[in-house]
Design a protein around this ligand. Sequence first.
Ligand SMILES: [Zn+2]
Length: 298
Amino acid sequence: MTNNNENNFLNTQKPKTFSASLALVFILFFTILNTGNTEPIIPILGFHGIIDPKASTLRSYKGEMNYQREDLEKLLEYLVLNDYWFLSTQDLYSFFLKKSHKISAEHRNKKTIMISFDDGYKTVHTNLLPILYKLENKYRRRVKVVLFINPGSLASNNSVNSVHLGCQELREGFKKGFYDIQSHGMNHKNLTNLPRHQLVNELLQARTELRKCTQDLDIKQTVASHFAYPYGAYTKQVKYYVSKYYLSSYLYNDKILNYACLKDYHVIPRLMVNRQKSTQQLIEMAKGLHPINDKEKC
Ligand SMILES: [Zn+2]
């Protein structure tokens, strides 16, 4: 009798338990889906030069690290149309890392991204800047990009053959509000191999030279306040000295930033972009769909 009762009880409870479990599975499934969108993740894309295959008369920029102009334009247009907030290094630092400033209502809940270009190639001026002007005219949106520059390799005023851009070109993009100009060391040296005085010199001279180029345009000295390690290479000592002169520093390690986990502002991860990556792949990176194993774990 007791057994029968138990059986009856179990039988009548089964459908309910089953639907409750099903509901739980659905809840869990949607929670997981949602977590993907609400994780505190900011993709920081790291580009170098920008090539325009149509302009074949230019000295060839065939390097693996160069990206095609047309594909970059498609990416930036997608980001503008999807209302991304293009972060400057100071935005990332004040709003998301230090949290010393409150995000304005206009920017709250916006998707965020940082687009950076290393080494100051001339093609940033010849192939990227025209895209930025074009997008501004078409959509009334100003795209901000971060340039990590080595002032030691800036082209001189009358140099036409240099593959690097010059101070005047930097000033143009800065004045228009497109460029966030930051430091990549004076001469793109691997800092991990340098004696202390040379290391300090690479860091300090870069800051001085970049600020000299923009001083009348940059009253608040936002230029050269942040740093990207050349080759992404650093040691404990390098990081220590960089942190004396710069507020934050960027790696080049193909990892995505989870800012809730990042306690050390001198190891900000960046995603690597080379010409093998399609616009679609970059859009997926922008959406934060980078392989989960590569995400910074808390
Ligand atoms: Zn570099």
